[in-house]
Design a protein around this ligand. Structure first.
Ligand code: PEP
Ligand code: MG
Length: 589
């Protein structure tokens, strides 16, 4: 339950992850299972408590039937069938009797009684030998969260699809897939207790241009549903009960920002070329074919990173080869003749697919190419779909999270097998489709010369490269200050990668969040990268800066930075160059 806070304006500071300012009433999402109150009932309260429990069950049944109807309409009756099991659990007489006897016999409040009984059932299912029963444990935990949300009057993630008016969502955390499905017209901003700047939730917020602040500690305990709040995604604050003066001040910032955006939009059709005539490719990161309109709007030269795993995170069955082919082809055709870099599945980490087991260290475990190589039945349809799409545009394929040469060779061997099948069946594809590797693990940067012999290009994933080099969890707000892509160790790995690629005539892009950060762009240009790929919303500012930068000064900056021992100092040096080129980007809010 929220703590009592004094009336008047309250400002909470966190990590700014997606720019913009918005104000609306707070919708506080809760996770009932984390804060189930326990208390003893008075004799006279028992009947009312049982009635509340029955009401919560009725409401849960209504919600599940509603989801079932929507899934059935979107994906067919078979997929919707899984909810039958949920509905049956809600009618399980033994479970309901046990809750009833704890409430009536032990005078335990219904939420606590249900939480305990459902927890015991789930634990028993988890311990079963049978895979089917173990999967039902997850269903039961899901269901139990819903019942508790209803019992305690807590708004859950599922309620986000039924919003009737504008809100600022305040939650402990939001998953990347929930964030991707937020209704942009209703959710004007969000703030979370945990998270970091390069989490996929933050990345999606930037893509959707939803002002967002993460890492606010225990803000969910300090705000109440319905309080009025202003979120500043540039400055990283959530202001509850803002005064008129605060609202006025932010109104002015918004106006200045809109005027700057207008100016930046004018550059859309201009080339991404430095003041001394060096061209770079400015491309877009996307997660869905629906992002193409924003890519066009941003003036990007194609797509430098298509995070295909998001197609697998949508509700329902994983897309088969045909569905993937249709998605990849649509993007390739929309961008042609500009290139589209399709990255194979990067599931795992903070992007868990249905049924994926929880791991203690998910970023070090069952993730990305490791999953794909272990499961050719999952990987081959994707490779075939990308190859087939390559007949319809300028498609390039890229593998995520390569840590050693063997992984690259194994992936290439599977790809070669798919090429042979398509040739045999007379299916068209681009025989010269480029195949690249993400450099996002330090070991990959260190063996870049060997990888460059078997890859056509590299793309630096600075989000993970920073996480893995500096041992800093990209999701953890406590260590967010250490997630510094300007650390000299990262710069050296970037330098090694660029040198190895260029020595073999390969090109190098950057598709981590660093590529879209105006303060870091002079450094990347100076280090010799050929392409910057970032979420469409930030590309106009990146181009504005690039067109005012000189390669010579960027090179001098990189040389000075490489000789510098500290991340903060390097960041300041790069920022100074960026500010001197384009002060507007740093002063307009
Ligand atoms: C990266 O790690 O920098 C990257 C671009 O990949 P992702 O953010 O999807 O892990
Ligand atoms: Mg990555």
């Amino acid at each position: 339950m929220p703590e009592r806070e004094p009336a008047g304006e309250r400002v909470y500071r966190g990590i700014a992850v997606a720019g913009g300012v918005a104000h609306a009433r707070i919708l506080r999402l809760g996770q009932a299972s984390q804060e189930v109150p326990q208390h003893r009932l008075e004799e006279g309260e028992i009947d009312a408590e049982m009635a509340r429990f029955r009401d919560a069950l009725v409401e849960t049944r209504r919600q599940i039937a509603d989801v079932q109807r929507r899934v059935s309409a979107a994906m067919g009756a078979q997929e919707a069938g899984i909810f039958e099991a949920h509905l049956m659990v809600l009618e399980d007489p033994s479970l309901l009797d046990q809750v009833g006897s704890r409430v009536r016999g032990d005078r335990e409040n219904a939420a606590s009684a249900f939480h305990t009984v459902a927890g015991k059932y789930a634990a028993a299912l988890e311990a079963a030998d049978d895979d089917y029963l173990r999967e039902r444990a997850a269903d039961l935990r899901d269901l139990s969260t819903r019942v508790l949300d209803n019992l305690l009057g807590i708004v859950g993630e599922s309620d986000l699809s039924r919003l009737t008016g504008p809100v600022i969502v305040v939650a402990h955390d939001l998953s990347p897939s929930t964030t991707a499905m937020l209704d942009r017209s209703k959710v004007l901003g969000f703030a979370t207790d945990v998270g970091g700047k390069t989490s996929h939730t933050a990345i999606i917020a930037r893509k959707l241009s939803i002002p967002a602040v993460v890492g606010l500690g225990d803000v969910t305990r300090k705000v109440r549903n319905g309080e009025y709040a202003l979120i500043d995604g540039h400055g990283g604050t959530l202001t509850v009960n803002p005064t008129d003066a605060t609202l006025f001040q932010y109104g002015q910032i918004r106006e200045r920002r809109a005027a700057l955006d207008e100016r930046l939009r004018d550059l859309r059709s201009q080339p991404a070329i430095t003041m001394d005539g060096v061209s770079l490719v400015l491309a877009a990161n996307i997660e869905d074919p629906g992002d193409i309109a924003a890519v066009k709007e941003s003036g990007a030269e194609g797509v430098g990173l298509f995070r295909t795993e998001f197609l697998f995170l949508e509700p329902g069955a994983a897309p088969d080869e045909e569905k993937q082919y249709a998605a990849y082809r649509a993007v390739a055709e929309a961008c042609a003749p500009a290139p589209v870099v399709i990255r194979t599945l990067d599931l795992g980490g903070d992007k868990l697919f249905a049924g994926q087991h929880h791991e203690a260290n998910p970023f070090l475990g069952w993730r990305a190419i490791r999953i794909s190589l272990a499961d050719p039945a999952l990987f081959r349809p994707q490779l075939r779909a990308v190859l087939r799409a390559s007949a319809h545009g300028n498609v390039k394929l890229m593998y995520p999270m390569i840590s050693c040469l063997d992984e690259l060779l194994a992936a290439n061997a599977l790809l070669e097998g798919c090429r042979a099948e398509l040739r045999r069946d007379g299916v068209a594809f681009d025989e010269r489709m480029e195949v690249g590797v993400m450099i996002e693990i330090p070991s990959a940067a260190l063996i870049a010369p060997a990888l460059a012999e078997h890859a056509d290009f590299f793309s630096l994933g600075t989000n993970d490269l920073t996480q893995y080099t500096l041992a800093v969890d990209r999701l953890n707000q406590r260590v967010a200050h250490l997630h510094t892509p300007t650390h000299p160790a990262i710069l050296r790995l970037i330098q090694l990668t660029v040198e190895a690629a260029h020595a073999r005539g390969r090109w190098v892009g950057v598709c981590g969040e660093m590529a879209g950060d105006p303060a870091a762009i002079p450094l990347l240009v100076g280090l010799g990268v050929d392409e910057l790929s970032a979420t469409p919303a930030v590309l106009p500012a990146a181009k504005f800066l690039l067109r005012r930068l000189k390669l010579a000064e960027a090179k001098a900056l990189a040389a000075e930075a490489l000789a510098c021992p500290g991340a903060a100092r390097i960041q300041a040096l790069s920022l100074a160059v960026a500010k001197a080129c384009a002060p507007e980007l740093f002063t307009e809010g």
